[in-house]
Design a protein around this ligand. Structure first.
Ligand code: ADP
Length: 163
């Protein structure tokens, strides 16, 4: 049976933490969808199309990964693509409560879907997309957190916003 997984997230913007999870997660599935979520309640720096294009660029050498924009419930999307697993990252215990709630809700909505969690490599385990944006806003060095071309996009976006 083909094992299909989904890694859902905002990826605003993607970081080395996400990328580490994608690389390791892609080995667990025959096919891994990266589902970029549209969440009207979340104000994002990049549009969903921009986030998709950036993600596609960084995963282009991983053959079993496909990037999609998800404009519906992830449980619904999972049904449509016959995915049985959602992949999420756990950084610290602080992630746990929210993730538990999400995992239980998703399985309630789609009993065929389970969530599996992966621990990030220690060197990636303490930062988030929000932190990266905050550092960049003050022209700090974000080269340890995101690939060089993503860093450029962030600085460019922030400088356009200031104009
Ligand atoms: P969301 O808004 O859905 O939480 P994110 O893009 O912030 O989306 O995160 C997507 C997933 O990636 C989550 O499971 C999150 O725990 C994980 N993640 C985010 N940052 C890191 C990191 N630095 N290391 C490992 N996992 C991370």
């Amino acid at each position: 049976m083909t094992k299909i997984g989904i890694y859902p997230g905002s990826f605003d913007p993607l970081t080395y933490g996400h990328l580490d999870l994608i690389k390791r997660g892609s080995r667990l599935f025959d096919k891994l969808y990266i589902a970029i979520s549209i969440n009207p309640a979340k104000k994002t720096l990049f549009t969903v199309e921009e986030r998709k294009a950036m993600m596609e660029e960084v995963v282009k050498d991983i053959p079993n990964v496909e990037v999609v924009i998800c404009d519906k419930l992830i449980s619904q999307f999972a049904k449509e693509v016959h995915a049985t697993c959602l992949l999420r990252g756990l950084r610290a215990v602080t992630d746990f409560e929210f993730e538990l709630q999400m995992a239980s809700t998703n399985t309630m909505l789609n009993p065929n879907v389970d969530t599996i969690f992966m621990m990030t490599k220690t060197e990636y385990s303490y930062f988030s997309s929000s932190m990266v944006k905050e550092i960049a806003q003050f022209n700090g060095d974000i080269s340890s957190f995101v690939p060089p071309f993503i860093a450029e996009k962030i600085y460019e976006k922030l400088s356009n916003k200031r104009k």
